[in-house]
Design a binder for this molecule. Sequence first.
Ligand code: NAD
Length: 350
Amino acid sequence: AYKNVLITGCSSGIGLALAVRLAKDELKRFKVIATMRDMAKKGPLEEKAGETLEQTLQIRPLDVTCEDSIRQCVAAIPDQRVDVLVSNAGVGLIGPLECHSMAAMQRVLDTNFLGLVRLVREVFPSMKRRRQGHIVVMSSILGQQGEPWALRSEGGRGRGLKGVRLEPLALIAFCPPGLLFNDVYCASKFAVEGFCESLALQALKFGINISLLEPGPVVTEFEKKLYEEVASMDFSKVDDETRDIFQGFYMTYSKDVFSALGQTPEEVAEHAVQVIGASSPPFRCQTNSVYTPLTTLKHADPSGQLPLSAFHQLVFQHDRLFRASLSLLKMLQWRKRRDLGPLPRPPAPP
Ligand code: NAD
């Protein structure tokens, strides 16, 4: 028996990659209802879907900000049976808070958070009746951590930085794409996480699983759209210092982080396939292991002071260290893509 998988936001990026990956599943376990807001953008998905089109993959319209659109899409599925819901559609927003209109911020919350809520309200009752189902939600590492930096340490001798033990030889300090200026986007993903944490308890009672996927940076149109929005942003209400931090510092580093740490949408889709195929799916899945120490640090100090002060120091006082570690990360990524393996170790001293 196959599973009906409904995915939102499939015209590009992770949604497109996942729809194609599931439709081409060798064991033919899935029928994919790949949905998108604007059907005029179905070309790239059709092309990648190839001969799976109208076999194991159908393309249907669905706008997550419109209840009618969701209802119509689900109503057209035989027995309205959605076995796996993948809530993937999402939008970003970067920049100083003073630059955003209320409408722009509402759009982020309406799409990223209420979009998920609308979808769940539509499929949850029938999942409960059938006592089975799986809700897979594309969250973000920024749904776990709003702080600007990540610290990673491996091996070597330790050294203290405001109470954080850092390993000098292999210290890698880097910022996720969120560093600063992602306040409303972070809030939307925190909302998603809180919603799912509460709902998961009820879901479990009915034999339904909920899984949050938490990618770090992923190289998709998402990044390009963010930068396009910045190009037409109104900076008139922002003080010079904040504008300089954003335009001079953030924009450069954001691009560096995407190129040094960004995963491909196919890599993230592969994690999603593992989660969907698991007999006992995890509640959380981080797709980029580089970010795991970051979230661990958050939970290590309930006061929140430890990561906040360490991150603040790194961003504003140790930016040379930061630049150096990003260059190192970029080089490691470059070697990995070319299959060159890790950097050779220096010879042992005589
Ligand atoms: P993307 O821009 O390529 O894909 C997002 C998709 O959502 C697009 O197809 C877009 O048209 C669709 N969408 C937007 N509003 C919609 C609406 N109202 N109804 C239906 N569809 C709508 O970017 P992506 O990177 O593939 O993003 C997919 C998800 O992954 C998002 O939820 C995003 O927040 C999350 N995410 C992305 C990154 C990243 O760095 N790219 C990192 C972590 C999490």
